[in-house]
Design a protein around this ligand. Structure first.
Ligand code: CMP
Length: 233
């Protein structure tokens, strides 16, 4: 069944992405005009790890997960992307295969920009390359942190950190606390944390029992942000 998503895109979100930063209106409009809208149904694969890559993408709406698979079939989630996030640029810049798979967590819209447009664009607009470098640098920083956490942090610490990360992206303030509609299954949360479903569930249940969070299906209400933040450090 075709996704019942309309073609509308929140342009303000698109303009805040690194590709557009520092551009005047005419340049931004020209870049935007060369992007194609791709609609994804929940669970639809945009590309797979190992594929050739010739487009980069910006999430316009919805959520997209980036994940890798080990040879024994175990899956690891690198990141959950939301509106305004860019991805798929690595294989364009180093001409290697896709380093991860991109799969829609919810019905989503992404904007695609072809390689043939990206390279001349970056040459013509050096300020864009600086923004892209800044994005790559912060991603490497975050990856180093994740690797450090896998070695030095326990599972509850990593769960707390994952919830805080998700709240930064998807949190909405409510009277009671911060409501985070992450849309992830327990299995996906475990893949994001890099631990078994059982240990992740145990950590979540413990946080809930302490009154730090309340679990609500594929969402979580963070009731004590400070304690959760401390646990994730
Ligand atoms: P590419 O390799 O073309 O396709 C998969 C994309 O996932 C990749 O480009 C990056 O945009 C993104 N990606 C890969 N590794 C990470 C990571 N560790 N953290 C966040 N995003 C990543």
């Amino acid at each position: 069944m075709a996704p019942r998503l309309n073609d509308q895109v929140d342009e303000a979100i698109v303009r805040r992405t690194p590709l557009f930063s520092g551009l005047d209106e005419a340049a931004a409009a020209s870049l935007r005009a060369s992007m194609n809208l791709v609609k994804l149904r929940k669970g639809q694969v945009l590309f797979r790890e190992g594929d050739d890559g010739d487009h980069l993408y910006i999430v316009a709406s919805g959520k997209v997960k980036l994940g890798t698979k080990a040879s024994d079939g175990r899956e690891n989630l690198l990141m959950i992307l939301g509106p305004g996030d860019m991805f798929g640029e690595l294989s364009l810049f180093d001409s290697g295969p896709r380093t991860a798979s991109a799969i829609a967590v919810t019905d989503s819209k992404v904007l695609a920009l072809g390689q043939e447009r990206v390279f001349p664009w970056v040459r013509e607009h050096p300020e864009v390359s600086l923004q892209l470098l800044a994005r790559l640098a912060s991603r490497l920083r975050r990856t180093n942190e994740v690797v450090g956490d896998l070695v030095f942090s326990d599972v509850p610490g990593r769960v707390a950190k994952a919830l805080i990360d998700l709240s930064v992206k998807f949190g909405a303030k409510r009277e009671e606390g911060l409501f985070v509609n992450h849309d992830l299954t327990q299995e996906e949360l475990a893949q994001l944390v890099g631990a078994s479903r059982e240990t992740v569930n145990k950590a979540l249940a413990d946080f809930a029992q302490r009154g730090w969070i309340r679990l609500e299906g594929r969402s979580v209400m963070i009731l004590d942000y400070v304690r959760l933040l401390k646990r994730g450090r």
